[in-house]
Design a protein around this ligand. Structure first.
Ligand SMILES: [Zn+2]
Length: 341
């Protein structure tokens, strides 16, 4: 895997991001996987594929190499989990993921769970690998409807009960068109939090609010829920992030990249109407000959938006260090992860 900065990327990093990103970073949304489990012939020298395409091998050293290019000089710890789209059996992808925290006691791994896994299997894997939580995915909904499924369609209650028993986190990529603005998702979160009070819920991608509308619609109810955390990966909209910071404050929001490959592809998540999409070098039809029409990394666009939102909130170093690392450490400590001295 080769990732290099061009002059545009370098200008954005140096003039906008270098002073914003703290020296210690906790990336709370990273995927680790080896697609060669499914296709032994895939090569590892292709550039990151826009649109969540397969990327051959992402282990801890791949992520470290990418971070060294995109955020030079930073010490990065991670919450990592398999790529839920990989066809290989979860026992295999989870075992691979579990090895990727080796050598970094601060980093933690979440277990990919699918609805057909029994609590017994899950319990055994937690004990074997020390997972700090679950990563379910809507693609595995028992309804077969990726777009409209509800939380318990892809994370059945016996599995949530297991997370509750172990005091684990759940990294949740919400389904449904309005995402967190959807009444059923809010109903489900309220009910599940009341029933399983030890589960810590991380709502991925600003609760999947790629613009401010869904978070604005949910704000009053989210403020009343006790065990919610949020990570910002792949969102590039500073209005969505401002609303998120207004709802959750500086203690519950965390940085994430969604690497690999999302944060390291060139493009930007944009919204229009009530939709959003990844604008990238293959997915746009703009006339751009009047300006520098090149794209930088989704990660840089997301960080630029985060910086704008933090500036609007008036946050200083203390809050920003929490957003980038401290909150993730607090969350991990709640799941029983050893706290560094
Ligand atoms: Zn992801």
């Amino acid at each position: 895997m080769k990732l290099t900065l061009n002059d545009l990327d370098r200008r954005i990093w140096e003039s906008e991001l270098e002073k914003f990103v703290p020296m210690t970073v906790f990336d709370t949304h990273t995927h680790v996987y080896d697609w060669r489990m499914d296709s032994p012939d895939v090569k590892n020298d292709a550039p990151p594929d826009p649109g969540h395409g397969r990327f051959p091998l992402t282990d801890r050293s791949t992520l470290q190499a990418i971070d060294a290019v995109l955020m030079p000089g930073r010490t990065v710890h991670r919450i990592s989990f398999p790529c839920p789209l990989q066809p290989a059996p979860p026992a295999q992808t989870n075992a691979f993921a579990a090895r990727q925290a080796d050598g970094d006691p601060q980093s933690a791994i979440l277990m990919h769970v699918r609805p057909d896994m029994t609590p017994g299997t899950i319990d055994a894997e937690i004990k074997q690998h020390g997972f700090r939580g679950f990563k379910p995915y809507r693609m595995h909904s028992v309804t077969g409807d990726v777009a409209a499924c509800r939380i318990t369609d892809y994370l059945p209650e016996p599995q949530i009960e297991m997370a509750d028993a172990h005091g684990l986190m759940v990294m949740l990529h919400l389904s449904r068109r309005e995402a967190i603005g959807d009444k059923h998702n809010l109903d489900d979160l309220e009910r599940l939090q009341a029933r399983f009070p030890r589960v810590q819920w991380i709502l991925a991608h600003c609760a999947r609010s790629y613009y401010d509308g869904p978070l604005l619609a949910a704000a009053d109810r989210l403020k009343e829920m006790p065990n919610l955390w949020y990570e910002i990966s792949s969102v590039c909209d500073s209005d969505a992030m401002s609303v998120l910071l207004e709802i959750a404050g500086p203690d519950r929001v965390m940085y994430g990249s969604d690497d690999m490959p999302v944060g390291s592809t060139r493009g930007k998540y944009i919204s229009f109407g009530s939709s959003w999409t990844e604008l990238n070098e293959r997915n746009h039809g703009f006339k751009l000959d009047h300006c520098d029409g090149r794209m930088t990394f989704v990660r840089y666009e997301s960080l630029r938006a985060f910086r704008r939102a933090c500036r609007r909130q008036g946050y200083g170093t203390r809050e920003i260090e929490k957003l980038f690392a401290g909150n993730a450490q607090t969350l991990l400590a709640q799941t029983g992860h050893p706290v560094p001295a």
